[in-house]
Design a protein. Structure first.
Ligand SMILES: [Zn+2]
Length: 96
């Protein structure tokens, strides 16, 4: 069940960061876009994957879980905004 509420998502988004150490498969960092493996990184998820799916970030960009969560929070905020507005010929309009 979605916890999405009108205009209040960002404050309610539950974001978790799990430390990963990809051994064989390459992961793409959601911040610097480089591929990484055999180094520390984070798997970051929200409780509403409809709004934004899980991302991985490398340990160079995000040294702490808090900074990894902040990376995701920016994306959740942007995705939330994008869903609430649409670009029309007349400009930005609030989605019905
Ligand atoms: Zn990175």
């Amino acid at each position: 069940m979605s916890k999405r509420k009108e205009g209040a998502y960002n404050a309610e988004a539950m974001i978790t960061a799990t430390r990963i150490w990809p051994l064989f498969s390459w992961k793409e960092c959601g911040k610097c876009r480089s591929q990484f493996r055999r180094q520390a990184g984070w798997l970051v998820k929200t409780d509403d994957s409809y709004l934004y799916g899980p991302i991985t970030v490398c340990g160079e960009c995000c040294k702490t879980a808090d900074s990894a969560i902040e990376q995701m929070r920016l994306r959740v905020a942007a995705a939330d905004l994008a869903k609430r507005f649409e670009l029309t010929k007349e400009g930005l309009k609030r989605a019905a």
